[in-house]
Structures are given as C-alpha cells and as structure tokens.
Design a protein around this ligand. Structure first.
Ligand code: SF4
Length: 179
C-alpha cells in the first residue's frame, strides 16, 4: 500500500483565514484524512517539520522568524504552495509598506488613538521586524500559487487533489480569486 502524502502548513504574516478556508472543505476533510498525513501545522500543533511532500504557506514575511521558518519549509517540502494573497503578494499586511517601519511602530505604540502607557516593545526575544512585508517568492522558490483572500475551500481542494494524484494543478478558473 502506498504511503499517505505528507503535508505541512504554516502561517507567517497571515491571519489564519486561509487555514480556516482549508477547514471549510467540511466533510471532504474526512476523505482528505485518508489521503494525507498532516505534519507540522497549526492544525496539529506539531512544532517540528519532517520531510513533506507538500508545504502550504499562508502569509508573507514580516519578521526574522518568518524568514527562518520559510527557509525550513522550503528545505523540507518537495512542493511548496503560496496559499492566499498574503503569501502571493503580501496581501493586507503589505499595506504598511507605504510607511517606514519606524512610522508604523510610532503609530501603533506611541501616537495612535487610545494608547495608554506608550512604549515600543523591545524584548530581545521578540522576532526582529522587517522594514517591509515581502511575498514568499522573494525569498524562496515557490512551486504553485493560489491567490484569494482567502482562496475558496473548493480551490484548495482542487489543488490538493491534483497534487496528491501527481497531476499538474489546474484549478478551475471560476475558483481563482484576486481579492
Ligand atoms: Fe488572511 Fe486573506 Fe492573508 Fe489569507 S490571504 S492570511 S485570509 S488576510
């Protein structure tokens, strides 16, 4: 019997909405559970990644921890998928790219509305923020991209079924969104 396809997922600078869309496959998740084995993922809470057939990346890059994790996924995953607008082009978090990092921090922690005890967090254990948000293809090679905020569950299902079957993924055009 052939082994199940091993999949890992993660969220970088994302909101977990793409993972929620993944779960919106509803009863098809039961069929998927018979096809795949979930490795590191917010859905399993497994912290270490082993070698995987498919890695699904939600979110772009906003800090040093994201960079380290994305490199680890690229090294461990045969096929890497940018899942959702944030991974594909930076998405909503990239709206901050119009401003400098210093301007963003001042607005968020010092000068914005309703701030009490203004102080910019500086704990050395916090990941270092990048000056800009970057889509993941700027750091690693991405094999497939599925845009949308989030991509519909049907599109994620179609993509996974193609990859699991060893087919070149061709998601139906009506499922591709650019919001
Ligand atoms: Fe959230 Fe949309 Fe980004 Fe997915 S693409 S992580 S749903 S903001």
């Amino acid at each position: 019997m052939s082994r199940r396809v091993r999949i890992a997922t993660t969220s970088l600078a994302g909101c977990f909405g793409c993972h929620t869309s993944f779960l919106d496959m509803d009863e098809r998740l039961l069929r998927l559970a018979g096809q795949v084995e979930l490795d590191r993922s917010p859905l399993t809470d497994r912290k270490q990644i082993r070698h995987c057939d498919i890695g699904l990346i939600e979110g772009g890059l906003c800090n040093s921890e994201n960079i380290e994790l994305l490199r680890r996924f690229r090294a461990c995953c045969t096929t890497l998928v940018a899942l959702g607008a944030c991974a594909v082009n930076g998405g909503i978090p990239a709206l901050r790219n119009r401003y400098t990092l210093e301007e963003c921090l001042r607005e968020a922690y010092l000068e914005g509305a309703g701030i009490e005890n203004p102080q910019i967090p500086d704990d050395p254990e916090l990941p270092r923020l990048l000056e800009n948000i970057h889509p993941i293809h700027e750091l690693v090679t991405v094999d497939y991209s599925l845009p949308g905020c989030p991509p519909p569950a049907d599109a994620i299902w179609a993509l996974l079924q193609d990859l699991i079957a060893g087919r070149e993924p061709v998601p139906p055009l009506e499922l591709i969104r650019y919001d």
